[in-house]
Design a protein around this ligand. Structure first.
Ligand SMILES: [Zn+2]
Ligand SMILES: [Zn+2]
Ligand SMILES: [Zn+2]
Length: 146
């Protein structure tokens, strides 16, 4: 059963980062993993009605700090969260992938599998992290409008 297998993986993630395996944390991870686009705190609140906002906020903050999830903003400026690649570390994210903002559904997709161009920065500029975002219509919305 894939759902169960995933849960094991999530427990491992929490273990690895020395976070207690609470039900709320595991549910946040599985929610974020279940979608192919980023999720905002209000989206999580809607589903996790039994968990209070402060707790949810702290979970998201801790996950971000530990390099488990990264924050990305949608076109309304709302923070959304997506799971990181496994090479992110505590206080050091390597989420150098393209983010696609859909103007219709307002979802933000992490496009991990694209080759990104090398940055040729002018002399003296040293990059630590870069982000690339594209605005447009996602496949789901593209289908609808046909
Ligand atoms: Zn990251
Ligand atoms: Zn869309
Ligand atoms: Zn991303």
């Amino acid at each position: 059963m894939p759902a169960k297998k995933n849960n094991y993986r999530f427990e491992e993630i929490l273990d690895k980062h020395q976070l207690k395996k609470t039900d709320a944390r595991l549910r946040v991870l599985s929610m974020l993993a279940s979608k192919n686009f980023a999720t905002s705190q209000p989206d999580l609140e809607e589903v996790m009605v039994d968990v209070d906002r402060g707790t949810l906020y702290r979970i998201l903050n801790a996950f971000e700090e530990k390099g488990i999830i990264h924050k990305v903003f949608d076109l309304n400026g709302t923070a959304n969260y997506a799971l990181c690649n496994s090479d992110c570390e505590e206080n050091h994210h390597h989420d150098e992938h393209l983010h696609f903002n859909c103007v219709q559904c307002n979802n933000v997709y992490c496009l991990n599998d694209l080759d990104l161009p090398d940055l040729n920065l002018p002399e003296g500029f040293k990059s630590l992290n870069f982000s690339l975002s594209v605005t447009g219509i996602c496949p789901k919305c593209g289908k609808k409008s046909k």
